[in-house]
Write a protein that binds this ligand. Structure first.
Ligand SMILES: O=C(O)C(=O)Cc1ccccc1
Length: 294
């Protein structure tokens, strides 16, 4: 039986491209309108894996994903896919000669943020509308030819929804990549990619510091440092229990082993921290830009 893979849809989002590039056509691809709906679906067993965006090189973490995983649905990250991202400006074909006069721009908040310089120079003072995904924005523009609105999305979305790309590659910085997490209820999930081989191994921990203890973060970091555990990310997020209460998401550049990571976790717990393993997994990179059709 083929795996069912849920993703932030509709068709032709960047997440769909990541799913297609990683799993290929052998799996059943199931679009969800929002990240929480996709996460709920894998928690409920409706799909085998969920693929959702976690971090963009220009815009930072996708807070909705981490917050939902931490506060609502405790799942494991069982894999990571990193994909290059190119943003294009597109309109309904009937507006292709008049695109500079659109009055609204519709897209995912991260896509709009990735193109701020271009948008500021070309459309000062224009209204932005935020969509659940770039694909949803492209679909809306396609279904509303009477509205003076443009979408920011990828090549696949332009093809899928019959839009005209009037300005390609409008993202402000060349190095624009997004990480996507593969989520599953258990941390021992089996899947394969017919196309990609892993290029990194990672472990992600959530660490809550003991309250009001001076130097606690320094002690946490030193538990990793003296074991020579390389950290590739440390980020704080609000606990949502009151102003000033934060936890940390920490990425370590190796899989959970028998000694080093368990030793670091035991040391953190002895300091009064609470530590949760969010995943220990392989990371894969998609090297080519979006060219082929989903
Ligand atoms: O909206 C999409 O297409 C997504 O998959 C989320 C996203 C948005 C912007 C950049 C990368 C991923």
């Amino acid at each position: 039986m083929s795996n069912r893979i849920g993703f932030l849809g509709p068709r032709a989002t960047f997440t769909h491209f990541a799913v297609q590039s990683f799993f290929g056509d052998e799996v059943e691809q199931v679009p969800y309108t929002t990240i929480p709906q996709c996460i709920d679906a894998v928690a409920d067993g409706e799909i085998d894996f969920a693929v959702v965006p976690t971090e963009n090189a220009l815009e930072g973490s996708v807070n909705l994903t981490f917050d939902y995983l931490i506060h609502e649905q405790p799942l494991y990250i069982v894999g990571e896919i990193v994909s290059p991202i190119e943003q294009h400006f597109m309109v309904h074909p009937s507006r292709k000669n008049d695109w500079e006069n659109v009055t609204r721009i519709y897209s995912h908040s991260h896509a709009i943020a990735q193109c701020h310089k271009f948008l500021h120079q070309t459309f000062k003072g224009i209204t932005y509308d935020y969509a659940t995904s770039t694909g949803a924005a492209a679909s809306y523009v396609s279904n509303h030819p009477e509205e003076s609105v443009a979408a920011i999305a990828n090549n696949l979305a332009a093809k899928e929804y019959g839009l005209e790309i009037v300005k390609a590659n409008i993202h402000d910085y060349h190095y624009n990549h997004t990480r996507f997490a593969i989520l599953h209820p258990s941390n021992k999930a089996e899947y394969t990619s017919p196309y990609l081989t892993p290029d990194k191994e990672k472990t992600t921990l959530m660490v809550t510091l003991p309250s009001d203890q001076s130097g606690a973060l320094h002690q946490v970091l030193s538990a990793f440092t003296w074991r020579k555990l390389n950290l590739s990310k440390i980020e704080s997020r609000p606990m949502k229990t009151g102003l000033g209460n934060y936890f940390f998401i920490i990425d370590i550049d190796m899989l959970v082993d028998e000694i080093l990571i368990p030793g670091a976790i035991a040391e953190l717990e002895a300091l009064g921290c609470s530590v949760k393993l969010l995943g220990s997994y392989e990371a894969y990179s998609i090297s080519q830009q979006i060219e082929k059709e989903v």
